[in-house]
Design a protein around this ligand. Sequence first.
Ligand code: HEC
Ligand code: HEC
Length: 482
Amino acid sequence: MNRRAAWITGTFILVILIGAGGWLAYDKLLRHDIPVYASDIDQFKYGSIGNDEANGLPYLIWRVLPTVFADHLPGPGGYASVGFLWEPGRDHSEAPIGFSHARVGFERMAINCAFCHVTEARLDANEQPKYYIGGASNTVNVLAYQQFLTACARDPRFNADVLLPAIEREVPLSFVDRLLYRFLIIPATRKALLQQGDQFAWADKRPTWGPGRIDPFNPVKFGMLKLSDDGTIGNSKMQVVWGLDARNAIRANAPLHWDGLNTSVHEVVVSSALGDGANAKGIDWNTTNRIEHILRTMQPPPSPIKTDAALVQRGQVVFAANCAECHAKDGARTLTAVPLAELGTDPHRDAMWTTQARDTYNNYREGYDWGFKSFQKMDGYVAETLEALWLRGPYLHNASVPTVADLLEPAEQRPRSYLRESTTIDQDRLGFVTGSCDPAHPPKQGFCYDTTQPGNANGGHLYGMTLTAEDKRALLEYLKTL
Ligand code: HEC
Ligand code: HEC
């Protein structure tokens, strides 16, 4: 071969190699395939909120962690032990409700709104549970999931020699994928999880959340907004997110969140996505606007509880006299914040949201001018309308009162602790079926809610206390129909 031919052949091979390398890099690290679902409900359950790249876990690692590190989970059953829900017919290797399974370079699993905004419920323990989209999650234990991921990353077994064989027992990998996982994806995932664990260390110093509760804004304050740890405890129950247009029809710019910290549905949707790890690069405004539309228009599910019509009628009168002012659609104080001094429920969640957090969030410009201007600071908690109350237990913003029957009793007579383990409706007392437990010796299964912990107090909201037993029974019957 003469020099010229060798040169041409060499260049040709080089071009092919660069092309193949470029294609591989594109295919393995840059290619985006983020599913968009035809139905709004599927989009809500499985669609991406723009956090796949910034916060998504590599799917194959996510899939084998519960097998390799079963000892770090709070119970048997893999991710079901931290309350993830799969619809009937879906395998546990597929996305549970509340996860987007998308490809951003490689396949990733990232949480979405349904992670915390779907309720599991059944009227009878023998029934198949139903999933109520837009309800407040009563199963997912976000802190336990977070702590599980941290424990995995801190475990010396989190390495390619252990994880790759576990992955290949489930899914065969190509030679290139094996190299990518060994030298890039597994070490980078471990590093990211360790960092995340360190960023979450503040949560270890506070009372645990249990299922259906998170501290919604301290992670944002100490992470995104870079404020220093102020020692506050924000533990609060997840909220229902349906019918947000109906709220604004009652009161223009009705305050959102338990303490009314923002008045704009749009800002709450966007800031929720940011709080869940989305960023300017990942957010797709079509999807974000679609989520907002879903929340604005979604209807609460009607109550399936059978009630006594005469009793309900009497209860409606009791409600009108004692509760309507704050909870009826035409109540003078409905969807306003009731000051703490008057209301008397646990003050911690209110104190967590500071004027400094408000100002910092309104000025948050990281990567994009988000245009936030509706974060505010109110005193107390918002009096919500009570639709689908049957699905919203345990009650109050911190989930401190297991049933509505308990809420109608003076604080001293409400349970000091209760076992949160069931998604069966307590049709008698209204709420979910709960058991009793001793916080000093919590059982292995279920979460023993201890009202003596800071943030968990069950006092206050002393309305209807002086009603006769018959009136309380009638009121409860009426509340079952909402
Ligand atoms: C990790 C759990 C979690 C995820 C994920 C989550 N939320 Fe929430 N959401 C909550 C909690 C908890 C509250 C109540 C927080 C508070 O005010 O204390 C809440 C409150 C809300 C509210 C206020 C409802 C009202 O009536 O005031 C809206 C709206 C909302 N979320 C929308 C979203 C959207 C949209 C997403 C997805 C982009 C999302 N949430 C993702 C936990 C979550
Ligand atoms: C002065 C206003 C006011 C009156 C009157 C009032 N409430 Fe409330 N209610 C509130 C506020 C504010 C909250 C939120 C408190 C919290 O979460 O700490 C609340 C919360 C609730 C909840 C819990 C909702 C949830 O999602 O957890 C129920 C149930 C409830 N009220 C029922 C009643 C009933 C029944 C009456 C009448 C006997 C009544 N309320 C009277 C203001 C009021």
